[in-house]
Design a protein around this ligand. Structure first.
Ligand SMILES: [Zn+2]
Length: 404
């Protein structure tokens, strides 16, 4: 079945990180750990390489594996969690001693994710050429605009604002980086992002119950500290985006936002990012607060990828789109918006996980999916997507209808 769509607006990605990493070695196509190690063994011996696309569950890497590698900074697929080869640790010892010392502590890594992302961006560097190539990649996938949820710094801002997509890349950042930006950049900033928990990949998402391996997950702040932090963010006058994956983190964020609301502190708008394990009761509270849920349909695939750490009941509760839309009344494109987090980009993967999800409660129609992303500005030409029920595959076709 062929369907037409206008290029979409990816509401959650990481432009200044991903575009900087454009062309970096990537493990996502590796079949197993042996293939991943083989790829990394071929990297330069004399400088630091940033390696992307590492799925810690699918491609386990041991200390002994790392010891034989060139200088490698190995970044988890979710960008939460990294490994350094001993050769990389030696190279970073002078410039980033704290990273070298503490990077394998998940609590430290989660609390310093902004610092780590800036390090990834700095290691790779964002040039105009890289950004243009990255934008062309998005265009090929049927994306016409994208939000950067975590600008890495002034250098990235300068590169992005001179690109031809400058007005199609609204960007957010964390308060610590916001405070380092020039006033002109601060004025352009779409909003501020705060984190309340980690990620499934690093077993640091804060779910109601521990992971099967016993890890409890990680709340980044105590309840009272979160309220104070959000009140401080409020004083900057920007929109707010709150990263919360697990129901424990989502509950804490809702508590804090209800409390601020009670004090009369209202943000111009508030988005909750990811909310993969939001419960129905929490969804109703979010709706009553007028919050927007910013979710990633491709993360429905986590229900297969993370069967090693979550039980079936929990896997089935991931990305409960039918509950949100049918029972609580969230509407795609209004208060339920979609993005990819770059894992991966494009309507094809999002549509595959929406139309053929692991659990029925995760299903979205193509209309709901496209509405949740929204059309990119600029009345861009129609694209076509080919949906094959038999093989449960979805493919965005290259070229424009009428030109073939
Ligand atoms: Zn993200």
């Amino acid at each position: 079945m062929l369907q037409r769509f206008r290029p979409i607006f990816d509401r959650h990605s990481h432009v200044s990180v991903y575009a900087a990493l454009e062309g970096s070695p990537n493990l996502s196509a590796c079949e197993d750990s042996a293939a991943a190690l083989n790829l990394m063994r071929g990297l330069p011996q004399d400088r630091l390489s940033l390696v992307m696309g590492w799925h810690s569950g699918r491609l386990p890497v041991s200390d002994a594996d790392l010891a034989g590698l060139p200088p490698v900074l190995l970044v988890n697929l979710s960008l939460h969690g990294l490994r350094l080869s001993p050769a990389a640790a030696r190279l970073l010892q002078d410039t980033d001693p704290e990273v070298v010392e503490r990077h394998s502590d998940p609590v430290w890594s989660e609390r310093n994710l902004d610092l780590l992302l800036a390090l990834y961006g700095r290691t790779a560097g964002l040039t105009a050429d890289k950004l243009e190539r990255w934008i062309q990649g998005l265009e090929a996938l049927g994306i016409g605009a994208v939000e950067d949820m975590l600008l890495t710094g002034t250098e990235a801002w300068q590169t992005m604002r001179t690109s031809r997509w400058a007005d199609r890349m609204p960007w957010w950042t964390v308060p610590a980086i916001f405070d380092t930006l020039p006033a002109e950049a601060q004025a352009e900033c779409a909003g501020l992002k705060c984190f309340t928990d980690g990620a499934l990949g690093a077993r640091t998402a804060a779910l109601g119950e521990p992971f099967l391996s016993g890890e409890p997950g990680l709340l980044l702040h105590a309840g009272e500290a979160l309220k104070q932090m959000l009140a401080a963010v409020h004083s900057r006058g920007k929109a707010l985006a709150v990263h919360a994956i697990g129901d424990r983190a989502i509950g804490q964020a809702l508590d804090a936002l209800e409390d601020l609301e009670g004090q009369g502190l209202r943000f111009p708008s508030v988005r909750l990012e990811h909310v993969q394990f939001i419960t129905e009761a929490q969804a109703r509270r979010a709706r009553d607060l007028g919050l927007t849920l910013s979710m990633q349909p491709n993360f429905s695939g986590d229900s297969l990828d993370y069967a090693d750490r979550l039980d079936q009941t929990r896997l089935a509760r991931n990305n409960p789109f039918r509950m949100l839309i049918d029972r609580v009344g969230f509407r795609p494109g209004r208060d339920l918006i979609f993005g990819s987090d770059g894992m991966p980009h494009g309507l094809g993967a999002a549509a595959r996980w929406s139309l053929f999800p692991p659990f029925v409660g995760q299903r979205l129609s193509l209309e709901e999916l496209v509405a949740g992303y929204g059309e990119a500005p600029g009345n861009q030409p129609w694209r076509e997507v080919l949906i094959e029920e038999a093989t449960r595959s979805v493919r965005v076709l290259q070229g424009f209808p009428g030109l073939r």
